[in-house]
Design a protein around this ligand. Sequence first.
Ligand code: ADP
Length: 307
Amino acid sequence: MDYIIEAKNLSKSYGNLKAVNDISFKVKRGNLFAFLGLNGAGKSTTINILCSIIKKDLGDVFIDNLNIDSDNRLVKEKIGIVFQNSVLDEQLTVYQNLKSRASLYNLKKNEIIERINNLIKILELDDIKDRQYGNLSGGQKRKVDIARALIHNPKILFLDEPTTGLDPNTRNTVWNILHNLMDENGLTIFLTTHYMEEVLRANHVVILDGGVIAAEGSPDYLKDLYASDLLRIISKKNNEIESLLNKNKITFNFSKESYQINIKNSLEAFEIINLNPNLLSNFEVLKGNMDQVFLNVTGKKLVKTHD
Ligand code: ADP
């Protein structure tokens, strides 16, 4: 499989602080790659290195098989970046903003118009294309930011918390558009986010902690390793249930009127329930999730920075 990003032994220090400490990872072409970590973990430093915004101290980065040190100009053509804070002009209309951005690239006039019209279509901006950027809603602005980042047809889109502060509906709309871009154009997405439900659709997740990689893998792999499913049992015969669980050496917690048992998978729940179904008045199986993974890997909850 072809890797579009390869980072090898990256390090970056600020004085004595090792912001990024010898990390290596790869991103497959066309994948959604999620880069997670608490504030201060080193995500922005890494992204800024990959995008040649800051210089690394040590290591190598290859973007689409090009070395970012020796092929810097070509590398820049391959990447688009959506920053947390917009870089567009509040006074200009959506169309004027996109046109001014497109003029930075070596494109012919009709090519520019064609690209902008195409992005207006893909990102559903037709209704707002003549409105001032500064007057748009958060969700509308985000879509325009994405259009701006795609104007030169990059192969990789870096998205730094693209949906923070957006309502769930708008988040969905943005994600539908992004997934279409991946499916139809083979776009690779490098994502940082605080929303764990967005991570579930990632092909590969890297969790950064204190400048080093604390865990990585697919969401399913990480859930298997770091999160367990939970069986919750409600019973009217607490004494009997407890002695049954103890007899079978099953560890449990009791809180909020229910017994909670960590299980490997739903099948194990089935076995426990079958020990004596008559003792149960109700039960449910809660699947392990990425929040649990994050908590178990870093010891802390990933909280939204500004929402
Ligand atoms: P994240 O994006 O995961 O929140 P950052 O990469 O921004 O993390 O920061 C990693 C660490 O490096 C933090 O401790 C941060 O304070 C520090 N840091 C980042 N940029 C600078 C800088 N320009 N000067 C000094 N320290 C910095």
